[in-house]
Design a protein around this ligand. Structure first.
Ligand SMILES: [Zn+2]
Length: 60
């Protein structure tokens, strides 16, 4: 999944399988900003809008 530094907009490709929990944080290599990554599907009220989630996708 893609993580973007909020400070310098550098993009990182995160391997979700290497995340131990629903969240991971690391320092941006460009600016040192702490980037918090939330795994897709994890309940996160601040970053994701539930209305846009394709909740019924797996129900085909
Ligand atoms: Zn950065």
């Amino acid at each position: 999944m893609l993580a973007i530094c909020e400070d310098c907009s550098k993009k990182y490709n995160i391997d979700e399988s290497k995340m131990k929990g629903d969240r991971a944080r690391f320092s941006c290599q460009e600016c040192g900003h702490i980037i918090v990554v939330v795994r897709k599907g994890a309940a996160d009220r601040s970053d994701e809008n539930p209305a846009t989630q394709p909740a019924d996708k797996s129900r085909q």
